[in-house]
Ligand binder design. Structure first.
Ligand SMILES: C[S@@+](CC[C@H](N)C(=O)[O-])C[C@H]1O[C@@H](n2cnc3c(N)ncnc32)[C@H](O)[C@@H]1O
Length: 275
């Protein structure tokens, strides 16, 4: 355990020390999507946002603060489990951090039209940031998927306070059912946040099914790529896939860019967003 932690911090420290060189190497690549993703990274890292962006973040964090006090009991029956948990604990454990959410928000600005698929709505924290990012773009939208019905309701309430219901669609149900239905739909997603069911085989399956259905260029963000041996193995498969052009490894999140016009393949960079 101590060795694992030490290795993690060593890897992150090394990445941070090399960050300037890494950014210079990235600058040698002409790919527009890569450039804009790295700009989103730098803006997030340095907190270079406009006043409007910062106000949007404040609104999202005030939603997080409220949910962190919510003592409603949530049932996990849908997963065939008798587990129960309080909303405040679910929000504390599962929601993406402030920086990670700001990065997602920044990614919504990479293209003018952003069609987002999120796997793992939870209480809607990352979804709130995404909606704040796209709410003024008429063609942008969010489709988000969650198994727990109570969490879908909570997320819907938060989302409705941000924008009109035509901008988001919460698919309630287990991914085993909702994912094939989403794939059958006609939406051309160009920003994907895979943040649910962190197991090796499902994660690889989601990627394999998605990669031929998404728009090009598309940005896929995988959460918790170092969370378990299974997730590390899934990430190895994904980043080496022949359809992947660029890979950004943030240690906790892994980003891949698929751009069918790009000839460079599987070019990987390590960056670190925050602790
Ligand atoms: C890590 S949380 C998502 C956090 C959220 N994206 C955020 O950053 O605020 C993952 C969510 O995925 C849901 N989930 C996990 N496996 C699932 C499955 N097989 N089907 C449906 N939902 C699932 C869980 O119930 C949980 O709420």
């Amino acid at each position: 355990m101590i060795f694992k932690k030490f290795k993690k911090h060593l890897t992150i420290t090394w990445t941070r020390l090399n960050q300037k060189n890494t950014l210079s190497s990235i600058a040698m690549h002409e790919n527009e999507t890569l450039k804009r993703v790295v700009e989103a990274f730098s803006n997030t890292k340095n907190f270079s946002f406009t006043r409007e962006d910062k106000q949007a973040f404040e609104r999202c964090e005030s939603i997080r603060s409220q949910l962190l006090q919510d003592e409603t009991v949530v049932s996990y029956d849908i997963f065939g489990s008798d587990k129960r948990a309080l909303v405040k604990d679910i929000c504390k454990i599962a929601a993406s951090s402030k920086k990670e959410c700001q990065f997602l928000y920044a990614l919504t600005k990479v293209e003018r039209k952003t069609v987002v698929l999120e796997m793992g709505t939870n209480v809607g924290i990352s979804g709130c940031y995404i909606l704040e990012g796209i709410k003024n773009e008429s063609e942008s939208e969010l489709v988000t998927m969650e198994g727990l019905p109570q969490l879908c309701k909570i997320a819907e309430k938060q989302f409705s306070g941000i924008t009109s219901s035509s901008k988001f669609d919460i698919k309630q149900g287990l991914f085993g059912t909702t994912f094939p239905a989403v794939l059958r739909g006609a939406k051309e997603f160009n920003l994907l946040f895979i943040d649910g069911n962190h197991q090796k085989e499902p994660t690889i399956d989601y990627f394999m099914s998605l990669k031929n259905r998404i728009s090009s260029p598309a940005i896929l963000v995988f959460d918790d790529i170092n969370w378990s041996i299974g997730m590390k193995e899934a990430w190895e498969v994904i980043k080496k896939d022949p359809d992947v052009n660029y890979v950004l490894d943030f240690y906790r999140q892994g980003i891949v860019i698929i751009d069918r016009k790009e000839t460079a393949k599987n070019v990987e960079f390590k960056l670190h967003l925050s602790y």
